[in-house]
Ligand binder design. Structure first.
Ligand code: PRX
Length: 665
């Protein structure tokens, strides 16, 4: 474990502190630091009692739990284990007969701008009907269903319908390749795939079903009995008789009543794949009870969501943010939310601001990369600057997925939030289920670039490599020292990797290792995330494993002898992927090098997905290695950054390679 530095090097030093606006605080659930501290103290005094109270207040249980935390087999912690519930009933059924029933649940804006709205009642009917359709096709509790869908109401319906039946969904982001889809189908043991003929992004019709066909053709997917196809566009796609059916076919004649299946609190609600330090993505397994609890509670604490809010989380349902803050949290909280199919730059880079005005969005939650790209666009074209739209409906802004540099924070604060909206910089991970470190917008004084303080009940700390807590000001490893209800339960099918990755023996085997470096400020004890401590990159807020990309490159066996992948800071995407490649045929130059680089990028897009394409590819005769043959990645990181090598290179077997790689481009 080594500590890395922050990917974006901030030029702006912003020392101002932004207190919670009085108007916001006056109405907020947590309306001052005393209240925040009182909640933390409650958790401190009676940890299980605190969580039991939240679980009773936030979750509708079909069978109440009697046991809170079961720590008998660490790190396989269990919460509320003898309780039963249904996640979909907690998002939909519970609102029936209340003021929420006929409220708009989703305002859907398509890529082309068409708007469709559904109420909670209508959404429940659609989820129930789809669940009945799945049931009629043989999908049942405990089955795994892979979802490969665009950002649409149907995508949310598919997830909720699986939850309604107790089937475990595994959503794969629509930008992943056939190979990535196939690997996930095999690993999760899917019995069905829910997809769409095409998806619309930036005015283009892109295939999804054809990618599923390719994935299934790669083999090992014999368990998949069905492919259900949502006809998003009028263009036909190839259908395999017997295996493939359209939504229209399976929904025909199905009732809109479907009793939710009660499952145990620990029943896996979903498995979501994310990158780790090895070549193989990890299937992060989440439970039902603790997850639903935290999805709803964080909507109320971090976003302070109110009945009149229009909430918009721009994340895709293929990522954890889209699970917790699109598919589950807003619905569990009874909020009206915007679901957007398209991209922020189509038909112009003012799309987000236009949509905020159009739909009266009041809480807006996006990623720093999106903000940075929209800053750039607004700098070069005044017509897409946020000042062209009326953003007065906004009252709260959020940031997620990567560190937000103070420059971007200040721009967001001034130009989008009109200096009146607090910004919640929410730190969390796929494995966490929901926010773990974030300001409480009605209470916490904000410091740009800091995610501030842990949520009540979350025991975040910074420790050294032996697990000893470090004083404020000293950088170290971010850990969460007590189990909490929405934490990862397992890596699907790989409990050993689960233990090793998150609960390493060096730290005592019971505390959760986040995989990020962090430092607490000496004045306020605020957390600042300094970047991953493992071989995971964060490119545009997307988590990518360097080993995964290396494996993809060396799988191009006709060309590649060896490859090493590192990250370097990038002003727009946070980090950029740099690949150092040794070809079997020797080092190319000029036009040949450009051609091969293109071929390799396309290959990586095919193996993993376009998001994994290396930005830089440098060819060398060799890679810098120690005498024992270990690639010296820290040197490659310096070269990728364009830095002079100041590290000790005495153990290097082939020092001349450094100059060659530094010059290669
Ligand atoms: O490095 C941290 C970064 O994103 C990683 C988690 O990625 P993922 O599992 O894809 O989940 C992203 C969305 C929840 C973390 O290990 N990260 C996430 N949020 C922040 C962040 N880094 C700094 N500040 C944040 N607010």
């Amino acid at each position: 474990m080594t500590t890395a530095s922050s990917p974006i090097e901030s030029v702006l030093v912003e020392n101002r502190v932004f207190p919670a606006p009085a108007e916001f605080a006056a109405k907020a659930r947590i309306s001052g630091m005393e209240q925040y501290q009182a909640l933390c103290a409650e958790a401190e005094r009676d940890y299980e009692g605190f969580w039991a109270r939240l679980a009773r207040e936030n979750v509708v249980w079909s069978k109440p739990f009697t046991e809170v935390l079961d720590s008998s087999n660490p790190p396989f912690f269990r919460w509320f284990a003898d309780g039963e519930l249904n996640a979909s009933a907690n998002c939909l059924d519970k609102h029936m007969g209340t003021a929420v029933e006929h409220k708009t649940a989703i305002i859907f804006e398509a890529d082309g701008g068409e708007v469709t709205k559904v109420s909670y009642r209508e959404l429940l009917d659609r989820v129930s009907q789809f669940a009945n359709a799945l049931k009629a096709q043989g999908v049942q509790k405990g089955d795994r269903v892979l979802i490969y869908m665009p950002m649409t109401i149907e995508g949310v319906v598919a997830m909720q319908a699986c939850a309604r039946l107790g089937a475990t969904h595994s959503v794969v982001f629509g930008g992943f390749s056939a190979k990535a889809v196939q690997e996930r189908i095999v690993d999760v043991g899917a019995v069905a795939v829910i997809t769409s003929n095409y998806q619309m992004r930036g005015g283009k019709e892109l295939p999804l079903k054809a990618i599923v066909d390719d994935a299934l053709a790669l083999g090992g997917c014999e368990g998949v009995r069905h492919v259900f196809v949502y006809e998003r566009t009028a263009t036909a796609c190839a259908m395999v008789q017997g295996r493939d059916k359209t939504f229209g076919e399976i929904l025909a004649g199905q009732s809109t009543d479907c009793a939710p299946v009660a499952v145990g609190a620990e029943h896996p609600l979903f498995i979501l794949y994310t990158s780790g330090s090895t070549g193989k993505p990890k299937g992060v397994q989440h439970c039902t009870g603790g997850y639903v609890l935290w999805a709803k509670q964080t909507m109320e604490w971090t976003f302070d969501v109110r009945p009149e809010d229009v909430f918009w989380c721009t994340a895709d349902i293929g990522w954890i943010t889209g699970h917790t803050y699109v598919a589950y949290g807003p619905l569990a909280a009874g909020a009206t939310q915007i679901v957007f199919e398209g991209v922020p730059t189509f038909p112009h880079a003012g799309r987000f601001w236009q949509m905020i005005e159009r739909h009266g969005c009041s809480i807006f939650y996006t990623a720093p990369t999106a903000i940075r790209s929209l800053i750039k666009a607004a700098d070069s074209d005044q017509a897409v600057h946020p000042s062209n739209w009326n953003l007065s409906s906004l009252r709260l802004l959020g940031s997620v997925g990567e560190p937000i540099n103070p420059e971007a924070w200040m721009w967001y604060y001034k130009n989008v939030g009109g200096e009146r909206c607090p910004i919640v910089d929410t730190f969390w991970q796929t494995e966490n289920g929901g926010h773990v470190i974030s300001p409480m917008p009605g209470a916490t004084p904000l410091v740009p670039g800091s995610c501030t303080l842990p949520l009540p009940g979350i025991k975040a700390a910074i420790v050294d490599e032996t697990g000893h807590e470090l004083p404020d000001g000293a950088g170290g490893l971010l850990v969460i020292s007590k189990p909490w209800p929405s934490m990862i339960r397992n890596i699907w099918g790989d409990p050993e990797r689960f233990k090793k990755s998150y609960f390493p023996a060096e730290l005592g085997g019971q505390i959760y290792l986040a995989g990020d470096g962090a430092v607490r400020s000496e004045d306020r004890g605020y957390f600042r995330i300094t970047g991953r401590i493992d071989d995971v990159l964060n490119v545009s807020g997307h988590r990518m494993g360097t080993m995964e990309i290396e494996s993809a490159l060396v799988a191009k066996t006709d060309l590649v002898a060896e490859a090493a992948v590192v990250g370097r800071p990038d002003d727009l995407t946070g980090e950029a992927i740099c690949a150092f490649v040794v070809l079997k045929r020797g080092r190319p130059s000029g036009e040949e090098a450009r051609q091969i680089a293109k071929e390799l990028r396309d290959w990586v897009a095919k193996e993993i997905g376009p998001i994994a394409k290396p930005k830089d590819i440098r060819f060398g005769d060799n890679l810098p290695k120690t005498r024992s043959g270990k690639i010296m990645r820290r040197l490659l990181r310096s070269i990728a950054k364009g830095e002079a090598i100041t590290q000790d290179t005495s153990t290097l077997e082939n020092p001349a390679i450094l100059d060659q790689l530094a010059q290669a481009n």
